[in-house]
Design a protein around this ligand. Structure first.
Ligand code: MN
Length: 200
């Protein structure tokens, strides 16, 4: 079955004032849809059609040369945005609890320190990309990736990603990426991050 943009689990305006309704509509309905359409067009009638983005993104080297970059960018766009919508929730934010909270405190010292590290990773990502909290096989780590690359292609498990493409924040925050990242943390659904952490 071709990829589809999943419906949001909350109304477009539910993340206000942190993430505004106009940005959510454009980001979900137009930007995410464009990745899906391009991924589907590139994969149609190939042996890769029907594979989940996760399966494709962990074997990019095996893709034919003529579609590799297109699929990397657009199957990546599908995977990253599906994650993104699930990583946000109305009334989100605060600090993670349970095993995830303990691991974050143990690794970074505090949830505040984790947020500061992710913010620096997001600010430091030149151009478009993502800041990530990952499990790299030995423990938690923060990193950034360009474009629609996902740490899963490097064998790392993505737990939380912040989209730092301008389309994610420019309508409301203009050039103030740091302010957007601060606001994003007020929407984080730590429960879904904890579910991913439990699956590592
Ligand atoms: Mn995006």
């Amino acid at each position: 079955m071709p990829y589809q943009v999943p419906d949001l689990r909350y109304p477009y305006d539910a993340l206000e004032p942190h993430i505004d309704e106009a940005t959510m509509r454009l980001h979900h309905d137009k930007h995410h849809q464009a990745y899906v359409d391009k991924a589907n067009a590139a994969l149609e009638d190939t042996e890769w059609e029907g594979l989940r983005p996760k399966e494709i993104l962990t074997q990019l080297d095996d893709l034919p040369d003529d579609i590799r970059d297109t699929v990397r960018n657009n199957a990546g766009g599908q995977y990253n945005h599906c994650m993104l919508w699930r990583n946000m929730t109305p009334g989100g934010g605060g600090d993670p609890s349970g095993a995830l909270g303990e691991a974050i405190t143990s690794t970074f010292g505090s949830a505040d320190n984790l947020r500061a590290e992710m913010k620096q990773a997001g600010i430091g990502q030149f151009g478009s990309g993502y800041a990530w909290l990952v499990h790299d096989g030995s423990g938690l780590a923060v990193l950034s990736t360009p474009n629609q690359d996902n740490p899963i292609s490097d064998g790392k498990a993505p737990l939380l990603g912040i989209d730092v493409w301008e389309h994610a924040y420019y309508l409301k925050y203009q050039n103030k990426r740091p302010d957007y990242i601060d606001a994003f943390f007020h929407t984080v659904d730590w429960d879904t991050v904890a579910e991913r952490f439990a699956d590592v």
